[in-house]
Design a protein around this ligand. Structure first.
Ligand code: AMP
Length: 560
């Protein structure tokens, strides 16, 4: 298909904000697409070049796009940047530059969707030094016809901005090929691949309903809602419910296909290479030939044997080098808690009790490497509370509570499993800096740097930035406007959008967790801080001191 035909559809979709109209436009269009092209068209409609489960990125940032544009249209980089500042959107800049060039050279070559995909995919897989020029030349080949160029640049920057989310794609496929929305959704849940789903949908409901899990394609993980206490946990999950320790690490979805193991994160990134020891242990622990299991990987300190906070392992996810060394320095233990596929059989519609049974039968624990999550099944509030306390005492985050009768619902926070963890105590802190907002908050200071006190040096030590909990409207409580008014006279210095202020305004804040942090001078950072109230009754000398932050940090996991 000519890319310009797709461009017409992009424009049409853009001409309305109404979901139903967008759906009609796409559905009508899909009916006209040749079956062998449907996969690529579905991808491009979402501004993608790989299926949804494939997290590879095109890897073209604004700087590279500017270089390609400057070279394609024979204008200086500065000119492109200047236009960008004026217009604000690189896609539109491209369109304008391409138009100018078209007039002068009468150059109107069109590109085909296949070529767009091919080139962008080539760009995505190029790696290492010296590849910039090749990336630019692949991109240049696509920048001819002005409108097409606009959408190609936007696709590269991963900002197609036509407002087509998953729901619209699902409904359009259902409408175009006369298959039910539920079957489309189910097939997508299992494969995370709308291209494939569309291809099957053309063949009708029956073919579509045969779509199953594909080993090697990650499945979106089921998410958890939060409950306030054990009562609410039972309300949501029924009685009896399964309680498990809530490990503080990161989720792994492990696919075993004979001898091959692939490890995906909850964001569906393939991290197999970063965890060679776990991959090996999982291969042994999973007795089935083919299976997909899920668990939480937790790093621990080799010397003390105690759990390490999430951050330490997250470093390993980002690692590309010295993987083996890291793997030995920060060992990881995997606690498995679910199974969604075994030897050709899809288990997501089975109830959780059955899945756990299958999991227990399938896993042979490998000590210190691959374990089953610790669980109890109970209807008794007291037993549940004891389990919760024990979990916290061991340094875990809290508990997960699970509905024994529920299926696995990929990608959803449906309440089939819920989490219970302590709300941390609040802290009194002082504002030492802030940032001017952008957009509709441009007049206000909108992000506040919080600090605790060091009584020894009488310094105020930053421990985080906060904007949450501050209100847009004055009637609703402490607002950005009010804080801005209070802080403006206290400004000591200003650089770009950042200001430093005299430490005067004391706030009480709540937060999820304290983490160690090299970013802030205190050495700690608050995770998800939110304003609880202004403490005008307190002076900065009375706020919480660094020792208390340190103690709270140590207490939160029983790490004394
Ligand atoms: P949260 O990240 O706070 O929304 O909590 C949900 C996450 O807890 C899951 O995505 C898992 O990564 C993690 N988790 C830790 N232990 C368990 C467990 N026993 N069962 C399920 N999820 C767990």
């Amino acid at each position: 298909m000519k890319y310009s035909k797709l461009v017409e559809i992009y424009d049409k979709i853009n001409s309305t904000t109404k979901t139903l109209e967008k759906t009609d436009i796409i559905a009508d269009f899909l009916k006209t697409v040749k079956p062998k092209e449907i996969k690529e068209i579905i991808l491009l409609l979402r501004g993608r070049v790989f299926p949804e489960w494939d997290t590879r990125e095109i890897g073209i940032g604004a700087q590279l796009a500017i270089k390609a544009m400057s070279s394609a249209y024979g204008v200086s980089k500065d000119k492109v940047i200047k236009e960008w500042r004026n217009i604000g959107d690189l896609g539109e800049v491209t369109e304008k530059l391409a138009k100018n060039r078209t007039q002068s050279t009468l150059f109107k070559e069109d590109v085909y969707t296949k070529k767009v995909l091919e080139n962008l995919r080539k760009i995505a897989v190029l790696e290492g030094p010296g590849t910039v020029d090749r990336k630019i030349s692949y991109l240049k080949e696509l920048l001819h016809e002005p409108k097409s160029a606009k959408y190609i640049i936007r696709t590269c920057l991963e900002e197609l901005r036509i407002g087509v989310g998953e729901g619209i794609v699902r409904d359009s496929i259902s409408q175009a090929f006369n298959v039910s929305k539920e079957t489309v959704q189910h097939a997508y849940d299992l494969t995370t691949d709308f291209g494939l789903v569309a291809e099957k949908s053309i063949k009708g409901e029956k073919e579509l309903s045969k779509v199953s899990i594909i080993i090697g394609n990650p499945i979106k993980v089921m998410l958890a809602q939060r409950v306030a206490d054990i009562n609410e946990g039972f309300d949501r999950c029924g009685k009896p419910a399964q309680y498990e320790y809530k490990y503080d690490g990161f989720r792994m979805q492990i696919h075993k296909n004979n001898n091959k193991i692939i490890i995906f994160t909850r964001r569906l990134e393939d991290v197999t290479k970063q965890f060679p020891i776990i991959a090996n242990a999982a291969k042994k622990a999973i007795k089935a030939k083919k299976a997909i299991v899920e668990g939480e990987a937790v790093g621990y300190d080799k010397k003390t044997g105690k759990g390490l906070p999430f951050q330490n392992i997250s470093e390993r996810i980002k690692r590309k080098y010295h993987i083996e060394k890291m793997a030995h320095e920060i060992p990881v233990v995997l606690n498995l808690f679910d199974i969604i596929y075994i030897n050709g059989k899809n288990l997501i519609s089975e109830d959780f009790k059955k899945r756990r049974d299958v999991l227990e039968k399938t896993i042979k624990e490998v000590s210190n490497r691959v374990l089953l999550s610790t669980k109890i099944v109970t209807s008794d509030d007291k037993v549940a509370k004891e389990f919760y306390d024990r979990s916290l005492g061991l340094g875990h985050e809290g508990v997960m509570i699970k509905n024994l009768k529920a299926p696995y619902k990929p990608g959803s926070r449906v309440g089939y499993m819920v989490k219970l963890k302590p709300i941390m105590e609040s802290l009194d802190v002082v504002i030492v800096g802030a940032e001017w907002g952008t957009g509709k908050r441009a007049k206000w200071l909108s992000s506040f740097i919080l600090a605790c006190r060091d009584p020894k040096t009488e310094e105020y030590l930053p421990i985080g930035k906060m904007g949450t909990g501050v209100k847009e409207k004055e009637e609703e409580g402490v607002s950005f406007k009010e804080l801005t008014k209070k802080l403006e006279p206290l400004i000591i210095s200003q650089k770009d959008r950042e200001v430093r202020v005299k430490p005067k305004i004391v706030l009480e804040i709540k937060y999820e967790e304290i983490q160690k942090s090299p970013t802030y001078k205190s050495g700690y950072a608050l995770r998800f801080p939110r304003l609880s109230r202004l403490r005008e009754d307190r002076s900065p000398e009375e706020i919480d001191i660094i020792e208390r932050v340190k103690k709270l940090y140590e207490d939160q996991r029983g790490r004394k």
